[in-house]
Design a protein around this ligand. Structure first.
Ligand code: BDP
Length: 675
């Protein structure tokens, strides 16, 4: 029980099962073959015959089912009678049938009866993507589950069966696109040698409905093409990209397109030539357009010239470009304005660029939430952004912006930075699998609740025992808030140590750029703490819609969990509860530590109900988390107390070491760190 099978843990066949449960009507396409193979592999007990048939098959049309609204990817699964025989029908397009098959298996694995089935669903977001930050040398940037799954060296000749299992897992969630290489891209991925490797992966993924995309390095025309410039306004540059795109599409006819990180953290881009992000994106968009490709252009930018407030920069740079992007460009925006912190307010660009399709980018890998070791179930984080009220055009939710419904965009997308590597359990721990799962489920339907997703994942992953499920779901639901509490409560952010981003470093003040230093973000001194983003400070609140900006302008109407993101307040500030800010802050750190202790006790109760291998690893990881939650708390409190000289509230234990000890900790060779 090493976790390899993820949430697709089909029970071994028994004698009572139908020998071959599936019939496929009409043309046996590769996708239908994949769906049928999955059903045969799972062969759920008691299900009886299953028929896979396109919605326009005469046997289906005769039934007059409500298939008209399924679209390209929706499914309908229903217990029907055909030719006098009861059968479970899975219908839709090719893709719809694939997704319907997995929905049927999920339905049964989560305890539903195999009779009177009636399932129908279609995805709300068009492109549901994983972004791999995988380097060609096998190192995964911010990856904590081993090395890259892609063995670039043996590709395209050796097609590891694991690639197919990867595709199955994604198809089971409805993920339909994958960017193979890191946004900090190397040009070699655009050479014929690597295009052939990407093409081999595309061939494997195709029957599972997954398109391949590549991160493109903007300076490729210079580095690969020998041109003098990569200026997007230069016709020779545009021609180079058009020819490169043609070459890629010859190898991968359904290639999805390019993802680009430009003019960010040292990456080249159009700004190097005085051109805008729209100029750069549109030039690439023109190159892939004849082939139906798209460009995902990231808005994760912050220049080294204006350190007034890093959190404002993407908005300042991209908002004026609204309406200037080509039709096949999507602007990809991190969920928050900073950088994947355990909690951030939603990014002000959601709702602010009505003429541009905006895709949210979430980090599934836990760069700032304890790598693979800490338990942090991220659906509450994802969902918090997706359900946030933008206060634009009525009370539009972020999910309505990104699914295209609010502004009637044809294109819509969502991206998650993958947490997948070559470790046997794929993600470095059993509970990290839930974050891959939850991301995929929310990408399909952003209105699903984190609780419901946790429960269905736990059922498929650990089993259906009610006590086990209640315990596991309770653990998951408490876990992310615990990480917020012990690393950065009340809206604090970016308090981590340099480089590896694992442990605490709120005191760090010596990095070259001001906005790389934690002290830039918390602004704590003897008198108070927090980043003033109101009109007396950086004015970032003005980037939100007026109704929301008004709420954020006043500490009394700012949600308490975002308080210090928007306000600099005295340590003695009175919270709604009547307690001081300082005492409340300490309570949060203490609560974080206590919650992790509770997670450990809860897990103990599951011991008889979980297989020893997965149980033991989780137990040992929880011990690490308990130790490190204390470390985060103690180091942070030592530092805050060195500034404010305030005593800890009664009952709160003193830090185990002095501040110098915490500052002296170093961590050479952390996993996932760019070299
Ligand atoms: C930061 C990561 C860095 C990424 C960057 C990005 O630390 O490794 O390259 O985001 O998203 O969070 O481009």
């Amino acid at each position: 029980e090493d976790g390899y099978r993820l949430w697709m843990r089909y029970a071994p066949a028994t004698a009572s099962q139908t020998a071959d449960p599936v019939t496929v009507r009409g043309e046996q396409t590769p996708m239908l073959a994949a769906a049928a193979a999955e059903l045969r592999r799972a062969n759920p007990a008691g299900l009886g015959p299953v028929m896979l048939a396109h919605a326009n098959d005469p046997a289906v049309t005769a039934l007059r089912l409500p298939v008209a609204t399924l679209g390209d990817e929706g499914y309908l699964v229903r217990s029907v009678t055909i030719d006098g025989r009861p059968v479970t029908l899975v219908t839709g397009t090719d893709r719809g049938i694939l997704y319907g098959t997995f929905a049927l298996l999920r339905h049964l694995a989560t305890g539903a009866a195999p009779t009177r089935i009636d399932l129908t669903s279609r995805p709300r977001v068009g492109l549901r993507m994983l972004n791999h930050w995988d380097n060609l040398d096998g190192v995964v940037e911010r990856g904590y589950a081993g090395r890259s799954l892609w063995d670039w060296w043996t590709l395209p000749d050796y097609r590891d069966p694991r690639y197919t299992d990867y595709a199955r897992a994604n198809a089971s969630l409805g993920i339909n696109g994958t960017v193979l290489n890191n946004v900090n891209a190397k040009v070699e991925s655009l050479t014929p040698r690597y295009i052939a490797k990407a093409a081999a992966l595309a061939d494997i993924f195709r029957p599972y409905g997954i398109k391949v995309y590549l991160s493109a390095r903007f300076s490729a025309p210079v580095e690969l093409g020998g041109l003098k410039t990569a200026n997007p306004k230069d016709p020779a540059v545009a021609a180079w990209w058009a020819a490169k795109s043609d070459e890629i599409y010859r190898a991968i006819p359904d290639f999805g397109g390019f993802l680009v990180k430009a003019n960010s953290e040292g990456q080249p881009g159009p700004r190097d030539y005085g051109a805008s992000h729209a100029d750069g994106a549109n030039m690439l968009a023109a190159a892939v357009r004849p082939h139906g490709g798209i460009v995902l252009w990231r808005a994760f930018v912050y220049a080294d010239t204006d350190p007034n407030d890093r959190a404002k920069q993407a908005y300042d740079e991209f908002k004026p470009l609204d309406g200037q992007f080509a039709k096949n460009v999507i602007v990809q925006v991190k969920n928050g304005a900073l950088d994947f912190q355990p909690r951030e307010p939603f990014h002000p660009l959601f709702g602010a660029m009505p003429r541009t399709p905006i895709a949210p980018e979430f980090q599934i890998t836990k760069e700032y939430l304890g790598f693979a070791t800490h338990l942090a179930y991220l659906a509450p984080l994802f969902s918090e952004t997706l359900t946030a009220d933008t206060h634009t055009r009525g009370h539009a939710r972020v999910s309505q912006v990104i699914d295209g419904s609010l502004d009637r965009h044809r294109l819509s997308a969502i991206a998650g930075v993958a947490n997948i590597g070559d470790s046997r359990d794929w993600t470095g721990s059993s509970f990290n699998q839930a974050n891959w799962y939850a991301y995929g489920r929310l990408a399909w339907d952003p209105s699903l609740t984190p609780q419901a997703i946790a429960r269905e994942w736990a059922m498929q992953t650990f089993g259906t025992d009610p006590k086990l499920l209640d315990t596991v779901v309770a653990m998951m639901m408490a876990s992310r808030e615990a990480v917020v509490d012990y690393t950065g409560p009340l809206g604090l952010a970016h308090l981590m140590a340099t480089g590896h981003h694992y442990g605490p470093g709120p005191w760090v003040a010596d990095l070259k750029r001001p906005e790389w230093n934690p002290v830039y973000y918390h602004r704590a001194d003897a008198a108070g703490i927090g980043f003033d983003r109101t009109k007396t400070g950086s004015k970032a609140v003005a980037q939100y819609a007026p109704g929301l900006a008004k709420l954020y302008a006043d500490p009394k109407t700012t949600p308490e969990n975002e308080l210090l993101w928007f306000h600099h307040l005295p340590w003695t500030y009175r919270m709604a509860s009547g307690a001081t800010l300082w005492d409340t802050l300490v309570q949060h750190y203490d609560r974080g530590v206590a919650t992790v202790d509770t997670l450990r006790t809860q897990w103990q109760q599951t011991k008889p109900l979980v297989d020893p291998e997965r149980w033991q690893k989780t137990d040992e990881f929880l011990a690490v988390q308990a130790r490190e939650a204390r470390w985060w708390r103690d180091a942070s409190l030592s530092y805050w107390m060195s500034l404010n000289n305030l005593p800890l509230p009664a009952g709160s234990p003193p830090p185990a070491h002095d501040l110098a000890w915490y500052k002296a900790q170093t961590f050479p060779y952390p996993p996932g760190n760019p070299q």
